[in-house]
Design a protein around this ligand. Structure first.
Ligand code: LLP
Length: 416
């Protein structure tokens, strides 16, 4: 328990130190602004690596979709990560960042066969998630080993929009079809070298993970050339003090136990992969934006921000909770506010949220803005996207320019 309090203390201390840096970042680079503390990414990576040190041949593939800036990807590579990708663009960016082909796994869902062929030509690892695409692949490339993404038929994850492993989900190959794929392998039409399951995001229950893990081993036994077991991502991070998080040691112990019970894993020296996004980068990110107005109505006090769901969609899309700190005035009396964006639609970031006295011009900071914030941003309302900055070795380094009107107009064709 003491250790726990200590950790919270260190965490808070860390954030208080960062408040100074965050203020400095806003003064230097303006707002809205995404800021990433690379030391937090490094610590998360080390915690995972360390938690899995008893598992041989363990590899972390960073889910590029969660934060796809090239400097972040290169930092991941430096740390020793591979890459989990979902589009041919992510594959190409991974190669540009210097990842080896065999350290990039391409797990598309419903893409055209041309895109799969492009990945084949780039010689990255391919992980297919439908019988239909496997059949097409086997007709042309029967000797190129692939992985298969299996639908485990498990409902898990923090929100229905991020639960992807249930039996009505578009993801993964239904287990009923596995015998047919095994038969294709027997006929030498295909080589299955990897089994992959990803059930969802923000999963806290160990049971959900364990159920999926067991299925991976069961499925692997159906195939004779398996070299890779990929356990997906979905590790949960805490969103507020006292919130739950995935226990890494429990996770690695449950995989270790399954490895001990299944001798083929050690005998064939199988590679064990996890592909987290949020766990690695979620907590490293801060989203800073200015208070345009504090608008009072007879029933409410609205904090109107210089941003909207075009820059920060998680609260709207997944009802996700992000702590909000008034970094300009952090220690004043707290009041209740509805924190809203400037998009011409409902974009409520937080309702009835207690925040230290907010005034026009204050800078508010959303925590846990590393994963799926910048990478899911858009130009809706013809708004430009914010700049991105890292805190690294106590310095502020820009990793993406703020957009300008040219970014919006670029490529548009004026026919009049
Ligand atoms: N592997 C696969 C195949 C995935 O589809 C995903 C995420 C991951 C790994 C990484 O999951 P993570 O460890 O980050 O939970 N935009 C949502 C999350 C969508 C996740 C999509 N797939 C959010 O902001 O909560």
């Amino acid at each position: 328990y003491d250790l726990f309090l200590n950790l919270i203390y260190i965490f808070e201390l860390n954030f208080n130190m960062n408040i100074k840096k965050l203020k400095e970042a806003e003064i230097k680079f303006g707002n809205p602004l995404y800021v990433y503390d690379l030391s937090i990414i490094e610590n998360q990576f080390k915690e995972l690596k360390n938690g899995f040190r008893n598992i041989k041949n363990f590899k972390i593939n960073f889910a590029a979709k969660s934060l796809s800036n090239i400097s972040i990807l290169k930092f991941m590579k430096k740390l020793g990560a591979g890459l989990d990708t979902v589009s041919i663009e992510e594959v190409k960016i991974g190669l540009i960042c210097g990842f080896n082909n065999e350290d990039i796994t391409f797990t598309p869902n419903g893409v055209s066969f041309n895109e799969i062929e492009e990945a084949y030509n780039l010689k990255v690892k391919i992980n297919l998630d439908s019988l239909e695409s496997i059949k097409d692949f086997s007709k042309k490339y029967s000797s190129y080993p692939i992985s298969i993404r299996v639908n485990p038929n498990i409902l898990s994850g923090g929100n229905k929009n991020v639960s992807v492993g249930h039996d009505e989900s578009k993801f993964g190959i239904p287990q009923d079809y596995l015998d047919e794929i095994a038969e294709m392998e027997n006929k030498k039409n295909i080589i299955i070298e990897g089994i992959h399951i990803h059930t969802g995001s923000d999963i806290v229950e160990l049971d959900n993970f364990q159920e999926a893990f067991k299925k991976i081993f069961l499925v692997a036994k159906k195939f004779k050339n398996v070299k890779i077991l990929n356990f997906g991502g979905g590790l949960k991070i805490p969103y507020f003090e006292g919130d739950s998080k995935t226990n890494i040691l429990n996770l690695s112990n449950s995989i270790k136990k399954l490895i001990n019970d299944n001798s083929f894993v050690t005998k064939n020296n199988l590679k064990i992969i996890l592909e987290p996004g949020k766990f690695l980068v979620g907590e490293s990110g801060y989203f800073l934006t200015k208070v345009n107005y504090v608008k009072k109505t007879p029933n409410k006090v609205f904090v109107q921000l210089n941003s909207g769901f075009n820059h920060f969609i998680r609260p709207i899309f997944y009802d996700s909770y992000h702590e909000i700190i008034n970094i300009t005035n952090p220690n004043d009396k707290e009041y209740e506010y509805d924190v809203v964006g400037y998009v011409c639609e409902q974009d409520n970031f937080a309702l009835k949220r207690k925040i230290s006295n907010v005034r026009k011009g204050d800078i508010l900071c959303f925590k846990n803005a590393g994963a799926y914030c910048s990478s899911m941003s858009s130009n809706y309302n013809s708004r430009i996207k914010p700049a991105e900055v890292c805190i690294w070795k106590n310095k502020l380094v820009k990793i993406k320019e703020r957009e300008n009107l040219n970014n919006i107009l670029n490529g548009q064709i004026d026919i009049f």
